[in-house]
Design a protein. Structure first.
Length: 360
């Protein structure tokens, strides 16, 4: 593992949780594929390296802070052009973007760890759809002759020590920027395409090996039913909803522990829980165990997301058993305190807390 000063960009698709609830699996897959098709060429054009995708989110690293901000601007421009081409009834794609610069640890697989990653995530969750929020570290490091931004003010973010001075790319300046053509973006992606063709045969054989290994693992698990985890039991038999509930309850307990011991930023960055929620929504999205896990994850990581307070209130109304969950009550209390800077959202959280504390 090596240390390196990098700029981290985190983008997240607006309203994807709500979109899942009203979309088929085919619609969800189409939206995510279109999202990737539009964004990946932009990151390549500005020399960004995609560290990982987390369902509807991208974590991208840049050596140049200026390139990171210009890439963020172009992401919004590409999505704006896409949305203008949509027909009636089709859902627009809009993202929130946060960017931070700092020293991070980079492992052999290219993953990144450090305060800058966590800060980018917090900035993203606070940004409005269509906006680009910057940490002061990025604003001071970028070429300010190429980007116009203004100071939003000091902010206190959950899991981030001390106040952070936040900047935002000027909306009028962003709107005035030209959108890159498909040809310009394709030229940036072309070297990647050539590389992928050369590696295709190796990838095919790797997939064959993975399937063979997966088959052996499946046979092993089948042979030892008593030893399997709830997750393994459910994935082997997706009609076994009792095992699904046990699995999701275990995941929720792990989130509570991560929130208590301060490792929640690591959980968020890894994206495993976000991917779980995305993959299991079609099968388990209506179950209480799934809804509880989703709510705990959002309260711990994106409490000021525009749709999260209403989602919290609706979930609390539907699941009275949350009243007996001491860990959830503590998390909701902390969320009410954290939302103090957003009075409208805090009011909704206070309503949810009153319901939770109500006793028949």
């Amino acid at each position: 593992m090596r240390n390196q000063t990098l700029t981290l960009l985190l983008s997240d698709l607006q309203g994807y949780t709500a979109r899942q609830a009203r979309s088929s699996r085919a619609d969800q897959a189409r939206d995510l594929a279109e999202h990737e098709r539009l964004l990946r060429p932009v990151f390549a054009k500005f020399d960004g390296t995609v560290v990982k995708t987390m369902g509807d989110a991208f974590l991208v690293r840049f050596e140049s802070p200026t390139n990171a901000v210009l890439a963020a601007v172009q992401v919004h421009k590409q999505l704006e052009r896409h949305n203008q081409s949509l027909g009636a009834g089709e859902s627009a794609l809009r993202v929130r973007i946060g960017i931070a610069t700092g020293e991070v640890a980079v492992d052999d697989a290219g993953d990144v760890f450090g305060d800058a990653v966590n800060l980018a995530a917090r900035l993203q969750s606070s940004a409005e759809p269509g906006a680009v929020w910057l940490a002061e570290s990025t604003f001071l490091s970028m070429n300010r002759n190429e980007v116009q931004a203004f100071e939003v003010g000091a902010r206190v973010f959950q899991g981030v020590p001390n106040e952070v001075k936040v900047y935002r790319v000027l909306d009028a300046w962003l709107q005035a920027q030209p959108v890159l053509s498909a040809a310009e973006l394709q030229r940036a992606v072309a070297p990647i395409v050539r590389m992928s063709k050369q590696a295709r045969q190796l990838a095919i054989w790797s997939l064959v090996a993975m399937f063979m290994l997966g088959g052996l693992v499946w046979l092993f698990l089948r042979a030892g039913n008593d030893e399997r985890t709830p997750q393994a039991r459910f994935l082997a038999d997706q009609n076994d909803v009792a095992s699904a509930d046990a699995w999701l309850r275990d995941e929720t307990e792990q989130l509570y522990r991560a929130e208590h011991d301060g490792t929640m930023p690591v959980v968020y960055r890894e994206g495993r829980v976000a991917q779980l929620l995305l993959e299991q929504a079609p099968r388990l999205g209506e179950r209480a165990s799934y809804r509880t896990l989703r709510l705990v994850y959002l309260l711990a990581n994106e409490p000021l997301g525009p749709e999260v307070p209403q989602l919290c209130l609706a979930t609390v109304r539907d699941l009275p058993q949350l009243r007996d969950d001491a860990s959830f009550v503590a998390l909701l209390r902390a969320t009410v305190d954290y939302a103090e800077k957003e009075p409208a959202q805090q009011q909704i959280y206070q309503q949810a807390l009153q319901l939770v504390l109500k006793r028949d």
